[in-house]
Design a protein around this ligand. Sequence first.
Ligand SMILES: [Fe+2]
Length: 245
Amino acid sequence: MKKVNNRRDFIKTTALLSGMALVDPIQTFAFSPKPTMFEIKAVNGKYELPALGYAYNALEPFIDAKTMEIHHTKHHQAYINKLNEALEKEPQLKQIPLEALLKMIQSLPDSVKNTIRNHGGGYYNHSFFWTLLKTNTKPSAAVELAIQNSFGSMEQFKKDFEKAGSGLFGSGWVWVINQMGTLKIVTTANQDNPLMDIAEHKGKPVLALDVWEHAYYLKYQNKRADYLTAFWNVLNWDQVAQNLG
Ligand SMILES: [Fe+2]
């Protein structure tokens, strides 16, 4: 019975999306007044590894080149491969932008639901994360104000963010999300993200940090707290400002 209902929901959602050709489906979600910063679509039915836009050693010494290279070419690529395999089973889903798929995990066909959640999530999260890494940027006045309004001060924000990252058990992500103008720090397990309909805390992602061991183990080993502290040296505040806009 569950499968039939899921299938019915999925068909309904797909029909709804295809019937809204002139309306960005991302904008139909109440928590996000504007579309998120990028829309990832399959090209000729396949998702592809996005370029980083900087060298693997660009974030040294805070994130080492070897970690970046393995993270990008092996881990990220593996998520893409699995996602593409899943879409071969349900090719009608290739027409739907990835972000929209993540927002309807519960309604996806059972044959691909878990794969799109884990590997589609992994693909999206890493694509988002790469844009947030750059040395020598500073928060704009607008970003400073938003952080001050939501967390009291920049110092408190960093403290809360690092605490959330250290406290996350196992693999996952730390996020800053925008919930109708208020910023919140939330965590997700594995490759879940706050766009997903199954997320406990939903919102528009502004900032994300990968706290899977593969993101830091070569340099920091078991010292996740040191990786969290180092993150502030490579956070691309210019991108944060864009994501807030
Ligand atoms: Fe990762």
